[in-house]
Design a binder for this molecule. Sequence first.
Ligand code: SDX
Length: 428
Amino acid sequence: MSEKATLTYDGKTTELPVIIGSEKEHAVDIAKLRDQTGLITYDDGFRNTGSCTSDITFIDGEEGILRYRGYPIEELAEKSTFVEVAWLLIYGNLPTRTELRSFSDMFTEYQVLHEDMKYHFEGFPPNAHPMAILSSMINACGCFTRELTGPYDPSKFKRHTARLISQVRTIAAFAYRKSLGLPIVYPKPEYKYTANFLHMMFSMPYGDVDLEPEAVAALDQIFLLHADHEQNCSTSTVRMVASSRANIFASAAAGVCALWGPLHGGANQAVLDMLGQIRNSGDDGSKFLESVKSKEGGKRLMGFGHAVYKNYDPRAKIIKASCDKLLARLKQNDPLLDIALKLEETALKDPYFLERKLYPNVDFYSGIIMRALGIPTEMFTVMFAIGRMPGWIANFKEVMDDPKSRIYRPRQIYTGPTMRTYVPLDQR
Ligand code: SDX
């Protein structure tokens, strides 16, 4: 039984279809609204607007629920791995042993960049932000294998995207090494995905870094928890670019740029900067929270609040538990963690935050783990991008595989000057 919504405007009543998702979300389908009424809708920031239907990720912001292809994030975080979840997001089901093996083998096959890409790295100044390097080098990757920048070919999708997932970590590690003037360390086939990344980040030509299994597991879980999050800012950007039938490398590079902002993926870096400033000022966090509540200079409690979650971000809970475990294992106690715990405890009792339903999000604790792993703050958003890559690719695939897919083209309500005629320069 299909449901309808009725709109009465200007003396005319129009019926609009209501579509219902598999989790009983309801949406008014306004595809014919303008034809039937002359009206368009207006929704600043698209907070009440569905841009697509999608089978990939489900979020219930009020209940703090996050599921990848129906699997609860809590189960995947406990039982799965980043590579397995990448397959799940892109292809829709948990991989068989054979599928997982072939996926991993393709990551090994494509882990090394085209050797000439080294010259691109030489072109960046030492203090170039790694997100700038990442977005440009992802596009550069596409130039070295011309078929990657050609029209979408479903028969090549599996290899192209395995290349992208594999090489995004190689680019990230090379960018880090370049920023420190260290020799680049090539990936090794004997290391699995996340271990290979840490190897490329921290080994030296004369000896491999000693990879603590708990450290590798903690970063793998960070990647897994960041792997997708429905139509967030960067994923919507990827879909927007994909809708013009641009290639996956161009779409992913655009996603990296959108993710960079401090209100989005850049928040993990902003959280650590915030905690460091609080520590250096000698404040225990209470003065800082007062300045946030008085909106002094537009200050925000970074890592708190969310456009969709009006409850605790389930990822934050998982990361916070992993944080405690890893720091105990590495016998580290981080004063910034103590400040973060104090901020959370105080904020979650404060009406300012409770009334606005501001809770810790994925970025509040993730930086503490990455700092414990020796990853510099400037690389935190790059870690987010490595984690989010499978989600971007899954959304790209949905756009490309949809026979009804059209180029995204939102409308607007014009509020500028009405028609006026040109005034010659000597009369202005
Ligand atoms: C991510 O969309 C996704 O799914 C994103 C993400 C993903 O996985 O892709 O989950 C990843 O981006 C997580 C969010 C990371 N960003 C931060 O931690 C930055 C700090 N948070 C905010 O700036 C903010 O909470 C947003 C941007 C995340 C959401 O902002 P909204 O929903 O647009 O809320 P708003 O800006 O309209 O604010 C509503 C009120 C305002 O106060 P009033 O005008 O009502 O008095 O809440 C206040 C805001 O000032 N507010 C905050 C706050 N966030 C909102 N006040 C203090 N500290 C904050 N963090």
